[in-house]
Ligand binder design. Structure first.
Ligand code: C2E
Ligand code: CA
Ligand code: CA
Length: 758
């Protein structure tokens, strides 16, 4: 068979001269091998890059470069080896066929790179590709051989011909596997392995070429003219080809290296970006935690201050208005104390939702802690702020189901407006707080705007606190007034309630409502209560000495005082010092103080009871006490709050409530006192209902000890018809300082209601 002038699979001709003295230039052979090695290394590098890029354009580029390197390497090995081939005849090469062999090899190279670019390479693919590439290499080799022009004919041994094709296919398979293996990885070991693999590949190519060459026999036909080789410029040509191939390989490798560097930089950049965005997220969640209230999801004080400062700058430049509203849930503490903190938290969440629902989306709603909320809103008139506050108060009236109870909460609101009431965040917040204080002072469930007189009041309060501290320390200025409690069964005064007053050097006689709150807020209340207790015991002991041994004194005890572990000892001490029997003392504790910490309170009350001191529950009906607890508490007396008798006999509902409380108290074996009795109708109604004691301006206002005896004797000798006219003291307590006292709504209500004959 003849193919492109090559005699394959045919026997050697009988006539003709076999050229035996064929040699190889060893330098060129080594050079061919090294060039093939460089080409292989470049090919492996291209295959590596191919697997690191994703864009199709870049992939095509690496595939093309890889194909060039592989083809260049194999072809250069072949061509330089051919230049190394030395025979005793003139040899030269056909340019067109040599070029064609390169093109065939390029095609095989392209096929190899395409195979490596596949992501789903299976064994089948490897085998198919290796066969195609191997055949391509073999084709390149034999086309290259056919380009060799001489007088001799080339004859090939069939076995060696087949072996050269097989070696080409095996080499291709090896190359594909190595290239696949080296697509990932880095470091020195990887590089060393890559060098070794490149040499292995070059060895394969080398083997293909020389197996083919080993099967070749050159025969000069008998009739041919033998032309001896001319001047040999093969070395020069070989070097040129090697140089070009090395140049191509080196440029490709350097391109691959710079791409690798670029990609690793990009990778680093991406990593940095990811880290930055993670950092950003962490910062956002930190900020979230730092600026948000976890319970209600509203912003907290810190978050609010930040937004407030920003809005303030905005409004300052726009010359706009801002309103700051402080909101405080009325009697929230009672819920917390009586229903527990979980219920309190639940309530706060509902309330936060109510406030959110009543405000606009651009308004800022914050929870400052506890039951304190703050709202910031931009507006164009003060009226807008009022409407917003009213909307909130209205929304608040929606009933809330909590711990199996349905309740309606109210809120007190204080408002300050920028720029009228202040220009800085601090000032506006402080003034809104003062306005809130005012709202709470006027019986709660109301809203108030800041006005400058509040500032004076706040300053005054601060001063009062200081002065009260000194008054307590030096026991100067504090007084006790006593209000008789009248026994409806015996028709005689049975008890005296000790009510504290403060004779202030400038403001005159101050009612407890002016300073009890201050004392409670500043840790002075327990000292105050104990002072009253000691002096009340001493005063009663003095009355005893004047023949009033049947009287009892009742002393008010705040929640804080009730929380003192030392209270039992202190009560005992006060009784001992005054020389008073325990049976003559009664402590009044409010419903809410009792419910606060019911378990420890029960133990303490039992301790006091064990002394022989009786206990009464004050302001009954205003708190959240439960009947179950009431049954367990060691009490003697229940005091119906003034608010239930106020509208008797006009309010049927109140009358029914009073009636029910009396029946209930008697069922629990408690005696009943009704306070705030101001009219005959109230007195008669209570007497009819079986109330045990009454206390109120109808009988007497609280009076100093010095005036008490006269009143007691009048009350004890009274007859019912003369009640109104005989009460000469009904108005005397107005001696309390008008300037401060006039602010108290309690005073205004009682002063008008308690006029004799009312
Ligand atoms: P409270 O314990 O409910 O005392 C009854 C209050 O009702 C007294 O006011 C008394 O003057 C007033 N009052 C009595 N009868 C009538 C009436 O017919 N009509 C009207 N409108 N009011 C009447 P006061 O003395 O101003 O005391 C106010 C509150 O201050 C007391 O209410 C009590 O909670 C507290 N308080 C007074 N003294 C002490 C004390 O020594 N310690 C403590 N912790 N609190 C005290
Ligand atoms: Ca009381
Ligand atoms: Ca009371």
């Amino acid at each position: 068979m003849e193919w492109l002038g090559l005699q394959m699979l045919v026997d050697l001709p009988a006539n003709g001269q076999i050229i035996l003295e064929c040699q190889y230039n060893p330098y060129l052979v080594v050079l061919a091998f090294l060039v093939a090695g460089a080409g292989s290394f470049a090919t492996l590098s291209m295959a590596e890059r191919l697997n690191h890029v994703e864009q199709p354009v870049a992939q095509r580029q690496w595939r093309l470069l890889g194909a060039c390197c592989l083809a260049g390497g194999v072809w250069a090995l072949h061509f330089i080896s051919m230049l190394a081939f030395q025979a005793p005849i003139e040899l030269h090469y056909d340019f067109a066929l040599t070029g064609l062999s390169l093109i065939v090899m390029l095609f095989a190279g392209w096929l190899a790179m395409n195979t490596l670019g596949r992501s789903d390479l299976r064994v089948r693919h490897f085998l198919q590709a290796a066969t195609c590439i191997g055949l391509g290499i073999a084709a390149m080799h034999y086309i290259g051989m056919s380009a060799m022009r001489s007088n001799a004919e080339q004859f090939y041994r069939p076995d060696m011909f087949a072996a050269s094709i097989a070696v080409a296919i095996i080499t291709s398979l090896l190359a594909l596997l190595l290239a696949r293996y080296f697509r990932y990885g880095s470091g020195t070991l990887h590089l060393l392995l890559k060098y070794a693999a490149s040499l292995l590949m070059a060895g394969g190519m080398f083997a293909t070429h020389f197996t083919g060459m080993a099967g070749m026999t050159l025969i000069i036909p008998n009739d041919a003219v033998v032309v001896l080789p001319g001047a040999d410029n093969n070395l020069q040509l070989g070097l040129t080809i090697a140089f070009i191939t090395l140049l191509v390989s080196a440029s490709s490798i350097s391109a691959a290296l710079s791409d690798q560097k670029l990609q690793s930089k990009e990778h680093d950049l991406r990593r940095v970006n990811v880290l930055l965005s993670q950092l950003d997220q962490a910062r956002v969640s930190l900020q979230q935690a730092a600026h948000y209230d976890a319970l209600t999801n509203l912003i907290n004080r810190r978050g609010f201050n930040q937004v407030f400062a920003e809005r303030l700058v905005e409004q300052s430049s726009n010359e706009g208005m801002l309103a700051v509203m402080f909101l405080d849930i009325d009697h929230f503490k009672r819920i917390n104390d009586s229903l527990g903190h979980d219920a309190g938290d639940e309530l706060l969440k509902v309330i936060a939702g109510y406030i959110k629902a009543a405000t606009r989306s651009q308004d800022v709603v914050a929870r400052f802690g506890g039951d304190e909320f703050c709202i910031l809103t931009a507006l164009s008139s003060r009226e807008e702020a009022r409407h917003l506050a009213q909307r909130i108060m209205q929304k608040m009236k929606e009933p809330i189901d909590l711990a199996g109870r349905r309740m309606v909460m109210t809120t007190s609101i204080g408002i300050s407006v920028f720029p009228d009431d202040g220009r800085s965040c601090d000032e506006l917040l402080k003034n809104a707080d003062l306005a809130l204080y005012q709202s709470k002072g006027c019986g709660r469930n109301s809203l108030n705007f800041f006005n400058s007189s509040l500032k004076t009041r706040a300053t005054l309060e601060l001063q009062l606190e200081e002065e009260l501290r000194i008054a307590l320390l030096e026991e100067r200025g504090l007084r006790i007034h006593y209000q008789p409690i009248f026994d409806l069964h015996t028709g005689q005064v049975a008890k005296l309630e000790a009510l504290v007053r403060w004779q202030h050097p400038q403001h005159g006689l101050l009612s407890p409502e002016r300073f009890i709150g201050i004392a409670e807020a500043n840790g002075l209340i327990a000292d105050l209560d104990l002072w009253v207790l000691r002096h009340a015991c001493e005063d009663l002991a003095q009355l005893n000495r004047h023949g009033y041994g049947r009287l009892k004194v009742t002393v008010n005890c705040s929640a804080v005082t009730l929380g003192r572990e030392t209270l039992v000892r202190e009560v005992e001490d006060a009784l001992q010092r005054a020389g008073l029997s325990a049976g003559q003392l009664e402590l009044e504790v409010t419903e809410n103080a009792l419910m606060g910490n019911i378990h420890s309170t029960i133990a303490l009350l039992k301790g006091i009871r064990a002394l022989g001191v009786s206990l009464s529950i004050d302001d009954f009906g205003t708190g959240y006490s439960s009947l179950a607890y009431l049954k367990r508490l060691p009490l003697d007396t229940l005091k119906i709050d003034r608010s239930f008798v106020q509208d008797v006999p006009h309010c049927r509902q109140d009358m029914e409530i009073v009636q029910a409380i009396i029946v209930m108290a008697h069922t629990l074996h408690l005696q009943v006192i009704t306070e705030g009795v101001e009219t005959m109708e109230q007195y008669q109604f209570l007497a009819q209902q079986g109330c045990d004691f009454v206390q109120g301006y109808l009988l007497s206002r609280p009076v100093p000890l010095g005036e008490l005896r006269a009143i007691l004797s009048q009350l004890d000798q009274r007859d019912e018809s003369s009640l109104v006219s005989f009460n000469p003291y009904a108005g005397t307590d107005r001696s309390m300082s008008p300037d401060l006292f006039a602010d108290s709504p309690d005073f205004r209500a009682s002063a008008s209601a308690a006029r004799p004959g009312h």
